[in-house]
Design a protein around this ligand. Sequence first.
Ligand code: AMP
Ligand code: GLY
Length: 469
Amino acid sequence: QRKSCSRSKGIASKNARALSPCTWCETSMKVLIIGSGAREHAIADACGRSESRPKLVIYGLSRNPGLASTASQYEVADSFEPSRVVAFAQKTGAEMAIVGPEAPLAIGVVDELLKAGIATVGPTQAAARIETSKSFTRELLQEEDLPVYPTFAVVTDERGLDKWLSQYDGEFVVKPDGLTGGKGVKVQGDHFSTKEEGRTYALKCLHKDGRVVVEEKLIGQEFSLMSFSDGTHASHMPVVQDNKRLRSGDQGPNTGGMGSVSDANHSLPFLSPRDIEQAQKTNEQVIQALKARGLEYKGILYGNFMAVSDGIRLVEYNARFGDPEVMNVLSILESDFIEICQAVVDGTLDMVTPRFASEAVVCKYLIPEGYPENPVKNKKIDLNKVDTRQVSIYYGAVEEGNRGLYLTGSRAVALVGKGRTIAEAEKLVEEEIAKVTGPVTHRADIGTAALTEKRTAAMQELRQTVGVA
Ligand code: AMP
Ligand code: GLY
């Protein structure tokens, strides 16, 4: 019997209906998830809700207890070396792979999986340049004449830098060209004060990478619009706002993201329908622009936009789900996630319309005391009293030890609540966070009515000054 089943031979079907477990041999599709953070836990959770009941196999750099509980096989490795990922995929018989973080995309894991015949949700190394090279993205938007990029220059020598600085008057931002784990971008007023300090940092980047992006500092409210892309079609998710600063009131250093909010209408209180339409159109145009350059983008295109006085600007692109933004969108995804992934790899996204529930979502990360500079490690965190009927728990940087969960130094656990309003969802999350014990902290202001009102008022004021409110 097994011989007559195409899935048991590792042939991924093009027919979404064929995703249900095979009636001949009862085997389910095997899906490889690459990565081992809370983002990947949320992806695994969404896979687990699929009617196709896929078997999950995980390749990550740590053993995430949440992911481990969903997986039939789990490889903990010390790198995303493409050949090792492919070897694991082949050993486990994975038919589809979903890439979580940017690091494997940057080193061509997808290219190698595709060569091995494994359908993959995630762009190739060349297409992932949309995230891995700031200059590539800025130049792409400029070449396509998309009206969402700030004044910028890609400079390749000191003379070019000084020329731009002598011509540009306002506050500016310095962006190293490659991946820097969210720590490379420096913004005048936040990370450096004078033009000279910015110049010194830009020169340092220039010497390191041979090029650096300098650009206008944008003022406004950031938001994330993630879209599924099959290389041709885009299917948009609800917009989300991440909160990157460490401390309440947007104080302290930037982090990977302390928590995120999304509203029941899939917009945000400070955005207009026009802002969202423009962001969606930009993602669609970028997918077409990549295609025109021979880059078929299959995966998640994550636009980090800023709503500014006269519309929106693109701050940067990421080539993957945002963390924590993924927790907001996948928590309210009503459609079958595996079916969407299948459409992404098959190029049939136009046949699938992902549905999202009309609920507000608030996600807050618990972080070890001392994070990010000097985080507490190997200390116990106890979540046993958290009511999982009220909130969902996604595990990040924690490990299972003899007597429970232990902190490993980065963002530890995300708690996610849903409600009719952002404030209602926030309240649920705070009630449950109060039951957690251990040397952890979080941002209490994310999702509160006070913070939402402050952001909305700031946006209104900004737009009134140019009469576009
Ligand atoms: P990145 O490391 O590229 O994710 O950028 C980190 C953060 O820097 C962004 O989330 C923004 O908050 C900020 N940033 C980047 N570019 C600009 C810009 N042109 N104006 C103002 N802030 C920016
Ligand atoms: N939320 C920020 C990121 O995923 O890069």
